[in-house]
Design a binder for this molecule. Structure first.
Ligand SMILES: [Zn+2]
Length: 192
């Protein structure tokens, strides 16, 4: 017997149907699909479409999700767009005793903006990796970088360009994660 009332009701309905002739040939599992069509085969895409809350596509969609993108770079870029990276400033909001200084330079409050473009360490990485790639469009302004990435028209060249920029965006955060773990073991320590 189930403790959940709805499950008890469902079981009672099944029992009733069995008494009316339902047998193992007709009592089969069906998956709901688009248009309320029920099929025996499970379809991940259709189930995802039915269970998620659908909202209009954001203008920066192409900046993050594109053909040939490296998944871990896309996830970090996506978190950065939403300013949801576990930077010191954010972690300190729910854990006040946390040291919110940048672990890469130990000099400033570690926000998304600092981590990517104000920090002397990551600023150098960004410049060295992207200056020649971006040419006259070179920028260290987060919103401008996002706009450039969002221009991805999904050609091979655009996708390569976006993946390279995403890689450059990933490195400071990856370094930060590594450095934080190292710093826990070897405090005090400085990179620059
Ligand atoms: Zn820094």
């Amino acid at each position: 017997m189930h403790r959940v009332v709805q499950l008890v009701d469902i079981e009672n309905e099944i029992l009733k149907l069995r008494l009316q002739g339902l047998n193992s040939d007709t009592d089969i599992r069906l998956w709901r699909g688009v248009g309320d069509l029920f099929k025996p085969k499970f379809d991940t895409h259709q189930t995802w479409q039915l269970t998620r809350e659908q909202t209009p596509r954001v203008h920066w969609f192409n900046a993050v999700w594109f053909r040939g993108a490296t998944p871990k770079y896309s996830v970090i870029t996506w978190l950065a767009v939403h300013d949801r990276l576990a930077t010191g400033a954010r972690v300190q909001r729910w854990s006040p005793q946390t040291d919110a200084h940048c672990v890469l330079c130990s000099g400033h409050l570690e926000t998304r903006e600092h981590l990517y473009f104000s920090c002397s360490y990551s600023k150098k990485i960004w410049r060295d990796l992207t200056a020649s790639l971006m040419g006259s469009r070179y920028t260290e302004v987060w919103s401008s970088i996002l706009e450039i990435l969002a221009e991805n028209r999904r050609s091979s060249t655009d996708c390569f360009f976006s993946d390279m920029l995403s890689n450059a965006l990933f490195i400071p955060y990856g370094e930060r994660e590594m450095e934080e773990n190292m710093e826990k073991l070897t405090r005090p320590r400085r990179l620059c």
